[in-house]
Write a protein that binds this ligand. Structure first.
Ligand code: FES
Length: 107
C-alpha cells in the first residue's frame, strides 16, 4: 500500500505529518490521525463547521469545488478566509497526497 501523507498544522502552530487514508474524508483522516482539535460534531454532514481548516493555496486546484451548503456554513464562521474549507467535504485520496492544511481557530 502506498503511503499517503497529510501535513497538518495545529492551532498552537505545531506541524505534523499524518498517515492519509484513501476513501475517507479529510476530516475522518485527520481525526484518525489524532488531530482532536477537529471536533466534527455533526459527524460529517455539513452542519457544524467544527472541521474547518485552511488549505494551503498551492492545493486549491486539487480540491473539489465548494458546494452551496459548505459555502453557506462557512459564511457563518468569523474565522473564514479565502482558503477555508470544511474538511468533511473533501474526499481524501492519492490526488491529495502531501496536502498541507492548518486547523482554523475555534469559532
Ligand atoms: S464535521 Fe460537521 S461540518 Fe464537517
Amino acid at each position: 500500500m502506498t503511503d499517503l501523507i497529510i501535513n497538518v498544522t495545529t492551532r498552537d502552530g505545531h506541524a505534523r505529518a499524518i498517515q492519509g487514508q484513501e476513501g475517507r474524508s479529510l476530516m475522518e483522516t485527520l481525526r484518525a490521525g489524532g488531530i482532536e482539535e477537529i471536533l466534527a460534531l455533526c459527524g460529517g454532514c455539513c452542519s457544524c463547521a467544527t472541521c474547518h481548516v485552511y488549505v494551503d493555496e498551492e492545493w486549491a486546484s486539487a480540491l473539489p469545488p465548494l458546494s452551496e451548503d459548505e459555502d453557506d456554513l462557512l459564511a457563518t464562521s468569523g474565522a473564514r478566509e479565502a482558503n477555508s474549507r470544511l474538511s468533511c467535504q473533501i474526499p481524501f485520496g492519492p490526488a491529495l497526497d502531501g496536502i498541507a492544511v492548518t486547523v482554523a481557530p475555534e469559532d
